[in-house]
Design a protein around this ligand. Structure first.
Ligand SMILES: [Zn+2]
Length: 208
């Protein structure tokens, strides 16, 4: 882990703690990762309360997702999804995955459409490259499954199909989002979760 600045590690831990405090990673769910300069990945180990996440809870993976010889512990079953995102989004340095009420509901509702469109919201401008609330952000939705090999293939295709996407939803499961730094990943996460809640509440409140 000596290829990652201590400051960056602390930022990742703080993000995990913040997500836990907001109830975004309930019941030991969710995971967080970083990619260092040489392509190795540091990812939260499987199944623990993210409120207490420390440096000792990070496992180092090689580019292909195998556990580095210098590391011990069991990575999350979802770690290969991080590997796919780092492969397909070469500029990405940090990834967050959370299970929130709003992303769970919205992704379930729109799974048949293969994406949910967000537009008209000022907070869209928190997504890198977006300069106006008139932007139409398409967040792809993949049908959730327990076959992670199939899920990885699907995720790779979706990332190619939606090159502008800032995040991907798994239906009735959660969000993956990323950034070129922990700060950018955090900004995308907070913006997308705000937008999911706003959109879902708007839909719930609309006349039948
Ligand atoms: Zn998950």
């Amino acid at each position: 882990m000596d290829t990652v600045a201590n400051e960056t590690l602390q930022e990742l831990l703080e993000l995990a703690h913040c997500c836990a405090a907001r109830g975004w990673v309930p019941a030991t769910s969710g995971n967080f990762s970083l990619r260092d300069e040489v392509g190795k990945i540091l990812i939260s180990r499987s199944g623990f309360d993210k409120r207490t996440m420390g440096i000792e809870d990070l496992i180092q993976l090689e580019k292909d997702g195998s556990v580095s010889s210098t590391s011990a512990g069991k990575p999350s079953a979802e770690s290969m999804l991080h590997v796919v995102i780092y492969r397909e989004r070469r500029e990405t340095r940090a990834i967050a995955h959370v299970h929130t009420i709003w992303n769970t509901l919205l992704s379930g509702q729109f799974v048949a459409n293969r994406h949910v469109a967000l537009e008209g919201y000022e907070l869209l401008k928190a997504l890198s490259g977006v300069t106006t609330h008139r932007h139409r952000e398409l967040v792809p939705i993949i049908e959730n499954m327990q076959d992670y090999d199939a899920l990885c293939l699907e995720l790779a295709q979706v990332l190619k199909k939606y090159p502008e996407a800032h995040g991907v939803l798994l239906s009735s499961h959660g969000l993956y989002t990323w950034g070129q730094s922990v700060a950018e990943a955090r900004r995308h996460l907070e913006a997308l979760e705000f937008l999911f809640e706003a959109e879902m509440r708007r839909l719930q409140g609309s006349p039948k």
